[in-house]
Design a binder for this molecule. Sequence first.
Ligand code: B12
Ligand code: SF4
Length: 492
Amino acid sequence: MSKSDAILVRPPQDITVTDYDFVESLGLGYLVTEARSAGFRVEYIDALIGGIAKQELAEEILRSNPPLVGFSVMEPWYSAVAEICRTLKREGYEGHIVLGNQYATFLADEVLTDIPIDCIVSYEADESFIDLLNCVTLKSDWRNVQNLAFLATGRVVKNPLKPLIKDLDKLPIPSHEWFEKARDRYPSISVAGSRGCYAKCRFCTIPGFYGPQKGPGWRGRSPESIVDEIESVTREHQTFNVTFVDENFFGPGTKGKERVKAICREILTRGLDITFSIDCRPDDVSYEIFKLLKKAGLRTVFMGVETVSDRELEYYGKSTSRVVNEKAVSILNEIDIDVLCGFIPFGPISTLDDIEANLDFAFNLDNLDIFELFRRLENRPGMALYSRSSPCGRNTDTELLYDFLQENFRKYISGGALIRTLDGVSDNGYNTRIADIKNEFKAGIFRSFREAIGIIREKNDLTPFGMIVRERSENIYEKIKGLYTEVEESRS
Ligand code: B12
Ligand code: SF4
């Protein structure tokens, strides 16, 4: 008999691992604690943090042979998960294989027909996962469990969805058993004070993930419950750093702001000596509230600026503006809170003017994750702007064209200079202080970027990304390719 009822796994990652990947998997942490509280014996393996390779992981699962094994699947983990599932089945594992998380949820049809698994628990999975575990361990029929997607006689079946969890205060404290191993590379403990978001940005997967289940877009825990958890986990793990993984730390309207103030007051009244980071929207930034947040320990804010082009902001459904973005950055600078801005510098309707305006804005920031400048709008399943479903692990033609452009931008315009600049400056580029590298960076990337923009503009005043994505025309593709080749040749 197996010593556990289930093994829950965060898989290893086939692509390069950075310090930021050492953030614990709070989703799995919740499922592990919830299942244990329901009386199940659950083993939790974070193969990425634990440095456990695919083969070793598969062997461990086969040795333990639990009735159920579950994998969390975000996009970069899929290839490893696929390989492990195939190995497990090939080696005769007869238990139940279940997947969850965003990638598995949004690409359920493709995933179920691509790899040998039993089911996917889609969307918010806490309650349905326990229902499934119950059925599997009791050997009863699991096919009626809500939120499940599975194959039946070659067809994908998607069961009705449970409503969203009403009261997040009732959830237990998630397991942090991998924190000790991760802390050398990511020394901050994760806390979720809310789930979802009240906004509906068309490039974001959060509205698509929490939207289909009945309930409000954004759900917050009470200040008391959050601060209780902070007190408990920071004491237990001897750390003073907390990362709020909340997609949006603020709830909607005045109530949302009052709740944030109440969290701050609770931290201050209890005299907790902590520092923390949050994610928020630019239009939630006000002097008064961020002054209080700083007093309570806020040090870093990740803020989705996206672009300073009002036209693009409207297209993205962000409901902010250039003025709002600039004001938010200026308030945070004044209060001396580190702000990391999220950008979508290249998108389907970006013009060269937009790209230049974003670069100018970015270079005036004190703190910049420079990789933000090399992002493009990704065609990610689950977002409203997702154009069409792509087969698992493969790009669609559109994406390939888009990637080709990005590759060229990286290679011809910025990549070389970026890598030279980063060499010896930072391990992975995250949180690199632009001040340290400003001169070299500007001289390298910025100049060549401007040169390239100049050449493109001189030849033809086009919007390359927009054209490619909207029109998908082979001619335009060739035209842009030619322009980039010229850029390359003019520099060699
Ligand atoms: C922390 C975090 C990370 C961490 C990793 C988290 C982890 N170890 O699981 C790191 C830093 C590695 C990360 C990376 C990236 N992330 Co991230 N990340 C987040 C963040 C802020 C919090 C995740 C979290 O803890 N949520 C709270 C928990 C409770 O929810 P959950 O994880 O969704 O888990 C629930 C369900 O999904 C499900 N579930 C999860 N796993 C499993 C497994 C099984 C078996 C089952 C049944 C169910 C299940 O049950 C849980 C409880 O309901 C989210 C935003 C958010 N708030 O969700 C973005 C988010 C998930 N990330 C996002 C993105 C885009 C990325 C990157 C691609 C960014 C980039 N461009 O590089 C990379 C991916 C690279 C990588 N290595 O994975 C997107 C969406 C990704 C997607 N569609 O897959 C999000 C939504 C942010 C956003 N708005 O764009 N991320
Ligand atoms: S990008 Fe941010 S503000 Fe917009 S929907 Fe996603 S989480 Fe909400």
